[in-house]
Design a protein around this ligand. Structure first.
Ligand code: MOS
Length: 696
């Protein structure tokens, strides 16, 4: 860390978003808004059966409709290669649009209609008749199904004898928990605008990482990687599902065939089958403890669903591997393959639903032992990684619990449930502990000293609304020993080179590391007093070697979540009155945007606790009410008073001290609310969401 001339560091100072004005004035262009000359519009047609084959696509009547310039389907589509692995593993055959007549789930893309206007495209797509040979489908999820299997690479992790540990325990909790299908629902739907320009494919897309998407496109269409350029200058939210998605393949397919620019945007409803979701989970947690709450046995088994086209596992049992130790310790994952769309990463995948089960069970254990829930967690703080035996890079959960309790006003809490009333409301408070991995992925960056004394930094970050540009300006300012206003930041363009995606809570840390390295190299090359040539002086770096040399440690962020709720037992209404999050999550780069991001995560936790649930219809195999009217997400009025703060916790092995805050905000938040509902009413809720009909 270096300091500016005034001896102050830019990292740690609150800064408004560099692109904020552009966004609120409409000057910022999103992927569905960029203007290319001669633009045509594509609309996807999705299958109405949940399994079977496409028998016929009746394109001719639609081709005769006003403005229609093309219809693609399995009978005439160009070849697309899906036999490769991308940054996140094997690609979903879903991306191989129209490569055969198979329909593996409801809402599978069966055709693309392209027209002169978006209205014409949509009308023609709606008019396209498709005949199917349907087959019986199976979309019923449940952990009790015998077909559930252990996914390869996700074998059980255990030590000690669970059954013996439980038998020797004075207090045992053995409970089942479940969470439903949940959907990302970023405010901006997926959109891509593609064109061929000067022999290169240029795509403006809404995604979490242009290097990943550009690499996938080159593979999918068998193109020279150098000939593909993907930009994602502004992204209106992501939450894990803005990778390479079918709309992008459709836009490139049509733009290539027509040799004119094509835009494909998804409707809100289409996002309920084409871009992934959090799979439902069915979890069992067994805890065995001594009367004082010290754990002897911890067993967490989590089952989730995947599609027939990819194997995605929601790793819900993982937080137990970090948070608590016990002589007998087992974490296990099971998977069920169904005729459903492919699930994907969503807002703390694994940790979010897993912490609901684990931290609810801990609360049940605290109740049974008669030990305060915070004290219970303090008594079970491990010295080293419970299963790995590795040291923690830093672990400040204790500080989160203690300082959080102080700020929340936990000390005078009456532990008895169902005894506080305020008019028609029953009141309660609850808490939960949380953890999320901290990591860095090799990335590249460049730093240029310009002739006018300013600097330009290029790093292929993606700003999904979190303020990545602004964070990089602060990091670069410190590393270059200049003011943030003197640094121009370029992001979200695959021509900038490889870098981590905005995902896994690893974006900021990975990019900042590369920026800090590039800046350091540049400063070494600058000769004091020497003139900078017109083209500037540029240093480029790749953090691969430095990150590869990191010592093996348990690297995690930690948090404590607190909630106060009011429950109306007559209507079943649950109101969250207060939320407080205490975080130990590395050095905070921009306190203004970091607070917003943490609060955002906590709101998603509330949303998960009380609102979010997609209902899959057994008959059609599709989600019912797949839109923002049928699928409820928390709104502003749902939580009147919320606060997030952090304790000092710089990562000792990161050049800037960053750990990452992208996802930990949601972890534990749903459990804290569920535990508060128990405290208010005396009734445990083990199935999310805690709907009014379940409260009654
Ligand atoms: Mo996120 S679920 O790390 O993209």
């Amino acid at each position: 860390m270096t300091a500016t001339a005034e001896g102050k560091s830019a990292v740690g100072t609150a800064r408004v978003r560099l692109e904020g004005l552009d966004k609120v004035t409409g000057a910022a262009k999103y992927a569905g808004e960029v203007d290319f000359d001669g633009l045509a519009y594509g609309h996807l047609v999705l299958s109405t059966v949940a399994r079977g084959r496409v028998r016929a696509v009746h394109a001719d009547p639609v081709l005769a409709l006003p403005g229609v310039v093309g219809v693609w389907h399995h009978g005439n589509a160009p070849r697309v290669n899906t036999d490769f692995s991308g940054m996140l593993g094997p690609v979903d055959p879903l991306l191989g649009l129209f490569q055969n007549d198979r329909v593996p789930h409801a809402g599978w893309p069966v055709a693309l209609v392209v027209a002169e206007t978006s209205e014409q495209a949509r009308e023609a797509a709606d008019a396209l008749a498709v005949d199917y040979d349907p087959e019986p489908h199976d979309v019923v999820f449940g952990a009790d199904r015998p077909e559930a299997y252990t996914p390869p690479g996700q074998e059980d992790r255990s030590k000690g004898d669970i059954e013996a540990g439980l038998a020797a325990s004075a207090v045992v909790v053995d409970r089942e928990y479940s969470t439903p299908e949940e959907y990302h629902n970023s405010m901006e739907p997926h959109a891509a605008t593609a064109r061929w320009e000067g022999g290169r494919l240029e795509v403006v897309d809404s995604n979490q990482g242009t290097p990943m998407v550009a690499g996938d496109l080159a593979q999918l269409f068998s193109l020279d990687p150098e000939s593909v350029r993907v930009r994602a200058e502004h992204v209106g939210g992501a939450f894990g599902n803005k990778g390479t998605r079918p709309h992008l393949v459709a836009a490139v397919m049509a733009a290539t065939a027509l040799q004119r620019p094509v835009r494909v945007t998804l409707t809100r409803r289409q996002m309920f089958s084409l871009v992934g979701y959090r799979p439902p989970t069915a979890q069992r947690v067994r805890l065995g403890a001594d009367p004082d709450g010290r754990l002897r046995a911890l067993d967490h088994e989590a089952c989730s669903q995947t599609s027939t086209t990819i194997e995605y596992t929601e790793l819900s049992a993982t937080p137990a591997r970090t948070l608590y130790d016990a002589d007998a310790h087992r974490t296990a994952h099971r998977l069920l393959r169904l005729d459903v769309p492919s699930p994907t990463f969503m807002r703390a995948p694994g940790e979010a639903p897993g912490s609901f089960a684990l931290e609810s069970a801990l609360d049940e254990l605290a109740e049974k032992c008669g030990v305060d829930p915070i004290e219970l967690r303090l008594r079970n703080e491990p010295e080293v990684g419970p299963l790995s035996g590795l040291p923690f890079s830093s672990r400040n959960l204790r500080a989160c619990l203690e300082e959080g309790a102080r700020r929340f006003g936990w000390a005078d809490r009456d532990p008895r449930p169902g005894v506080r009333r305020e008019g028609r409301w029953l009141l309660g408070t609850g808490m939960a502990a949380a953890t999320f991995p901290s990591g860095a992925v090799p990335s590249t960056a460049s730093a240029t000293a310009e002739a006018d004394g300013s600097f330009t930094v290029g790093v292929n970050a993606s700003d999904v609304g979190t303020g990545a540009r602004t964070a990089m300006a602060l990091v670069a300012a410190d590393a270059l020993d200049t003011d943030p206003d003197n640094v121009k930041i370029r992001i979200a363009d695959s021509d900038l080179g490889p870098a981590m995606i905005a995902g896994g809570s690893m974006g900021t840390r990975s990019w900042a590391w590369a920026v800090a390295e590039a800046a350091r190299e540049l400063r070494e090359r600058l000769v004091p007093g020497a003139e900078v040539p017109p083209e500037g002086i540029t240093a480029r770096t790749d953090t691969g070697a430095a990150i590869g040399a990191l010592a093996q440690k348990e690297r995690y962020s930690f948090a404590a979540q607190f909630a106060e709720v009011a429950v109306d037992p007559a209507s079943g209404e649950v109101r969250v009155r207060r939320m407080l999050g205490a975080f130990a999550a590395g050095r905070i780069v921009n306190p203004l945007t970091a607070r917003s991001q943490l609060l955002g995560g906590m709101v998603w936790g509330l949303s998960m606790a009380l609102h979010e649930e997609a209902a899959r219809d057994r008959a059609s195999g599709a989600v019912v009410g797949g839109d923002l009217a049928g699928y409820h997400v928390a709104a502003n009025a749902d939580v009147p008073d919320m606060e997030a703060f952090w304790v000092d916790d710089p990562d000792p092995d990161d050049p800037v001290g960053i750990k990452g805050i992208g996802e930990i905000g949601i972890v534990g938040a749903a459990a804290a609310i569920g535990n508060a509902v128990w405290h208010a009413t005396g009734v445990r809720h083990r199935h999310l969401p805690i709907r009014p009909d379940r409260v009654l």
